[in-house]
Design a protein around this ligand. Structure first.
Ligand code: CTP
Ligand code: CA
Length: 225
């Protein structure tokens, strides 16, 4: 096989991928968001489809073209993403949470646009916690052998933070990226370490997001076989 071309080793498998970043509305025109481009999640969807999987892509505000042969479910908020992922995960062999899920959402949504008032300071925005979808997926597996994968962007002690997060989430694999000024967000390339709940550590050299995606699917396929 040519480099970068894999066997169709995911044939007959259903994989669910979340991608992009959730937006938490304040009013009809404003939201709290994040800088996730969705490119890593879309690369995971394309590579899984190329390896023969049936792919459901839960897409949060990515603004990217639908990959060919992939079932795309658009969502906006973390709560909507949770609903869509749990539904699709019911018969999935693997779930990969590549989406950047907002940790908090505004407590209240103003049905009309929030307006300035002369001589008045703005009201503070009160935030509440969003559900932790990855922890929930990991704790209540829809299938006994389902493989659950998370992503984490870390600074400082990247590996130690990653190990702690893997344990806290209870997932099988955690893809840990180091983030800094110009790294990862919106870029075409990625560099990472994939940590396994079994103690494994798979370094991934700087390269295209497809290459990282294929390594994730290699590790998933090992765990499914
Ligand atoms: N995640 C999730 N639900 C949330 C927050 C995060 O499912 N409410 C998932 C992300 O999709 C990602 C993984 O958890 O796969 C790690 O996200 P991260 O933001 O690094 O984890 P947090 O637990 O939110 O930790 P932190 O306080 O460092 O942001
Ligand atoms: Ca977070």
């Amino acid at each position: 096989l040519a480099r970068g071309v894999r066997e169709p080793d995911l044939t007959g498998r259903h994989v669910v991928i979340s991608a992009g970043g959730t937006r938490e509305p304040l009013d009809p025109v404003r939201f709290l968001g994040n800088r996730s481009s969705g490119k890593q999640g879309y690369a995971l969807a394309r590579t899984a489809a190329a390896r023969g999987a049936r792919v459901t892509l839960i897409a949060a505000n990515a603004g990217l073209p639908d990959p060919a042969g992939v079932d795309v479910v658009p969502v906006g908020t973390a709560v909507q993403l949770r609903e869509a992922v749990l539904k699709a995960a019911a018969d999935a062999d693997a779930v990969v949470m590549a989406a950047a899920v907002a940790d908090f959402r505004p407590q209240t949504y103003a049905a009309g646009k929030i307006k300035k008032k002369d001589g008045e300071e703005p009201a503070p925005v009160v935030l509440v916690r969003n559900p932790d979808i990855l922890a929930e997926l990991s704790a209540d597996r829809a299938r006994p052998n389902q493989v659950v994968v998370g992503f984490a962007a870390e600074t400082d002690d990247v590996l130690a933070n990653g190990r702690t997060k893997l344990r806290r989430k209870g997932c099988d694999l955690l893809v840990v990226n180091e983030v800094g000024e110009r790294r990862t967000f919106g870029s075409e390339e990625n560099e990472a370490v994939v940590l396994g709940a079994d103690g494994s550590e798979t370094p991934v050299a700087h390269g295209p997001k497809e290459a990282l995606a294929d390594i994730v699917w290699d590790l998933v396929a090992q765990r499914l076989s």
